[in-house]
Design a protein around this ligand. Structure first.
Ligand code: SF4
Length: 316
């Protein structure tokens, strides 16, 4: 667990991001087992920025290690990713090529690089194979590893995390709080999904619908949340009609202001969990609440999980 925690902290705090490798610090069993444990911790942190940064840091570590391996070993590892690759060890002119890689496998990974040297026209290609050095193949493998790790981290998975492990999640969250973005980086899917509302928003939504009094900060939170998940201003105004003190002109002005359609043209985001807690609007967290810091992140994760469940149901 400690090594898994260290891997993530290193990924988030080193620049450029890279997980270190010190064969004297940890034995092989710890190195091997701490990797899947770190994947669980990253998934529990439920943050797209951490996921991408961790995957990149592990991939960079893999790149450093690939460069120490011989050609046969590198070809064997690439084969596990389905690459069609051969060791050629061939000198052409002044250049020594170690590998011939099928151009499809080359393009699949080189597409992420923007330097001119990675364009296919600047490469030696023969019979559909791209001739490459060991360094090039290690770099292409780094990209393959990065995508592989990202695919292993499912942020929408609803898993019950044992208390002991949650302590590590909280510790990482505290150590790296400045690095962890408060709002979701992924785009919010279009269309309002009421079933994905976090408890705090559900409470505010029901209170407004049934005409109960809601504080100013509560109204702001609900409005900003609904606008951010794609509800149009007119529908939000209609929601407020049940309130005894409803005034269409003032409500419209305030909602259009929060939507960024008036004044400074800034679209507001609903407050984060810490702020809502301070104002007594956090009505008691559920399992997912413990893994997020913002109601919009909660909504994003829950929507993804519901979509996945629905897709699985249709496929059955
Ligand atoms: S933890 Fe955050 S998302 Fe969950 S109820 Fe509290 S404020 Fe809302």
């Amino acid at each position: 667990m400690d090594r898994a925690e260290r891997r993530i902290v290193e990924a988030l705090t080193s620049n450029p991001p890279e997980v270190s490798y010190n064969p004297y610090a940890y034995n092989e069993d710890i190195e091997l087992l701490s990797f899947p444990v770190a994947i669980v911790l990253v998934a529990a942190l439920a943050n797209d920025y951490i996921k991408r940064r961790y995957a990149l840091a592990e991939a960079r570590r893999a790149y450093s290690l690939f460069k120490l391996e011989n050609e046969e070993k590198i070809a064997e590892i690439a084969g596990k990713f389905g690459w069609k690759i051969r060791v050629i060890n061939r000198q052409i002119g002044f250049i020594r090529f170690s590998f011939a890689l099928h151009f499809i496998d080359y393009l699949k990974n080189a597409i992420a690089f923007h330097e001119k040297e990675w364009k296919l026209v600047n490469r030696m290609v023969h019979n559909g194979e791209v001739y490459l050095s060991k360094h090039d193949v290690a770099r292409l493998l780094q990209e393959e590893v990065r995508r592989y790790i990202e695919s292993k981290i499912d942020l929408s998975a609803e898993v019950k995390i044992p208390e002991e492990i949650l302590k590590y999640v909280e510790k990482i969250r505290q150590i790296c709080s400045e690095k962890i973005k408060e709002t979701p980086l992924e785009p919010i899917p279009s269309g309002v999904v009421n079933d994905a509302f976090p408890p705090c928003i559900r409470e505010l939504y029901e209170a407004i619908k049934s005409g109960r009094h809601v504080s100013h900060i509560g109204r702001f939170t609900l409005t900003a949340f609904l606008l951010n998940i794609g509800m149009d201003a007119e529908s939000v105004i209609n929601l407020f009609r049940s309130l005894a003190d409803f005034n269409e002109r003032i409500t419209r002005y305030q909602i259009e202001h929060i939507a960024g359609e008036r004044g400074s043209r800034t679209k507001y985001t609903s407050p984060k969990c810490d702020t809502l807690r301070t104002h007594g609007l956090c009505v008691g967290s559920d399992e997912l609440c413990r893994r997020v810091k913002h109601p919009l992140t909660y909504y994003l994760r829950r929507t993804r999980a519901l979509e996945k469940r629905e897709k699985a149901r249709v496929e059955e």
